[in-house]
Design a protein around this ligand. Structure first.
Ligand code: ATP
Ligand code: MG
Ligand code: MG
Ligand code: MG
Length: 462
């Protein structure tokens, strides 16, 4: 008999008919007359209750049906007399597909901590929590593509292996085809990358933006959505070494159009989760964070505050708060400052604009004041920065001045500079960290718990 997914069966009204389900046993309980097995197959957070009468299934028959085991059940669908579940399956045949060896993995009565589950990332998708998170993650990825597709943006696949370093920062993973044990050396003892297969230094992408700009200046509106790598040696709850980023880039958008799009996009994604992930959100709301759903609804209904970096610094200086890091005009804001602005001062999401030129990347459009650039960071409650973006400098001379100032070799990004000499266009874009979005939508506190296989300085399992 063909398998039916539990999510479909729970909504079925075909009582009296036989169905087959396959999944993993959550619990088994009962008495000498009957056993009740809660079965989950990952298609929904909800389990189906399997009823196995002692007249048909002896204790011996069911001895391998333990928590964690994988079973196949054929049975008759009946209306459930129990509260809180619409249907149950009266077992006719139960086959154990995979036993769950208690020596391999010991279940805790009260459930495992998130910290422990990180150590067994190969099994944690089996838990209710990670089932919920991973289904929500799927829906969010789908919603990202739907949002941009509906608006006519082109999904542009920017390279993973690249010679460019969009941020001008040093946090890159070098890619090499060299024999790591015996790399060819220069006379001074350094590694000779020129003998590498690629013939030049290459790294894993830290952002698809520069290549994204090329797409925008041809197709109008594009977005990228792919894995992004930063050799962050920080162990915060919001940084990963491998994460996913969504980067729209739009010709003819100024910074205000850019902010409008970012706000509309975030609200769309949160509303999409409310509309399509209600069972999983209710579970997380109940288990971890009683204000989760209220917070999601409030973000959808509140206009974001838009305020300049300069004003934000004044607010922080006058706040009387004891911050770990002091705030002066010209320093980058830390998560503690961002969260103060969002959670304590404005009590809503904030878009900060017009940052000092010297703390932002070289490609941002310079303001007339000669000190600030048209940057925008979107700050969210519980998170801090969720989006970083800007209007881009489209003027060749101005861009070249910044390239030289920050010490980038002109010849390393000649192709990028050339776009400013060949039909340059005003344009803007931003980057949304997909896992930062996931932190907000699921209410989880640690970024390692919203990606299936987290890569941080400690983890090297996968
Ligand atoms: P932060 O200040 O938090 O380190 P950033 O300013 O270095 O972030 P950007 O270069 O602006 O980050 O990248 C755009 C977005 O990508 C950020 O707003 C954030 O959502 C996300 N992001 C950046 N670094 C990471 C990381 N290491 N792990 C997960 N997400 C990240
Ligand atoms: Mg950073
Ligand atoms: Mg930042
Ligand atoms: Mg940023």
């Amino acid at each position: 008999m063909k398998r039916t997914k539990i999510t479909h069966l729970l909504n079925s009204k075909e009582f009296g008919k036989s169905f087959n389900v396959k999944g993993w046993v959550r619990t088994k309980r009962g008495n000498k007359n009957v056993s009740f097995i809660a079965l989950n197959d990952g298609s929904t957070i909800n389990n189906i209750q399997i009823v196995a009468e002692a007249s048909s299934f002896s204790e011996e028959n069911l001895k391998d049906v333990t928590t964690g085991a994988c079973i196949s059940v054929t049975g008759k669908l009946v209306e459930s007399p129990a509260q809180g579940q619409p249907v149950e399956l009266q077992a006719i045949e139960i086959e154990v597909l995979g036993t769950a060896d208690p020596q391999t993995f010991q279940l805790q009565k009260k459930g495992h901590t998130l910290e422990f589950l990180r150590e067994i990332a190969h099994l944690r998708p089996r838990t209710n929590t990670f089932g919920a998170v991973l289904r929500i993650r799927h829906h969010m990825a789908f919603a990202v593509n739907k949002f941009f597709n509906d608006k006519g943006f082109v999904y542009l696949h920017t390279p993973i292996i690249t010679g460019s370093d969009a941020e001008g920062a040093g946090a890159m993973f070098r890619v090499t085809t060299l024999d790591a044990a015996n790399p060819p050396k220069n006379p001074d003892g350094s590694v000779n990358y020129k003998e590498d297969f690629f013939g030049k230094e290459t790294n894993l992408t830290v952002s698809g933006q520069l290549e994204g700009e090329l797409g925008a200046m041809a197709l109008g509106e594009i977005y990228t959505f792919g894995p992004t790598f930063r050799a962050e040696n920080s162990n915060t709850a919001r940084h990963l070494a491998e994460f996913w980023m969504i980067e729209p880039e739009m010709a003819f958008y100024d910074i205000h159009d850019n902010m409008d799009l970012a706000e509309e996009f975030l609200k769309y994604l949160v509303q999409y989760a409310l509309d399509n992930c209600s069972d999983d959100l209710e579970f997380l709301n109940k288990m971890y964070d009683k204000e989760l759903i209220d917070r999601l609804k409030s973000v959808v209904n509140t206009p974001f505050e838009r305020v300049s970096y300069t004003t934000a610094v004044e607010i922080l200086q006058k706040s009387g708060q004891k911050f770990e890091y002091k705030v002066d005009w010209g320093t980058d804001l830390q998560s503690e400052h961002e969260r103060y602005l969002v959670e304590k001062h404005f009590k809503k999401p904030v878009i900060l604009t017009d940052y000092p030129e010297k703390i932002k990347a070289f490609y941002m459009k310079q303001n007339e004041d000669g000190k600030t650039v048209r940057a925008m960071d979107v700050l969210f409650p519980g998170i801090g920065e969720i989006i970083g973006g800007s209007q881009r400098e489209e003027n060749y001379e101005k861009l070249l001045r910044r390239v030289k100032e920050v010490g980038i070799h002109e010849q390393d990004i000649w192709w990028y500079l050339e776009t400013r000499k060949f039909g340059t266009a005003p344009h803007s874009g931003f980057g949304l960290g997909f896992e930062r979005l996931m932190l907000f939508v699921t209410g989880m506190g640690n970024i390692r718990d919203v990606i299936p296989f987290p890569r941080t300085p400690q983890s090297a399992e996968f």
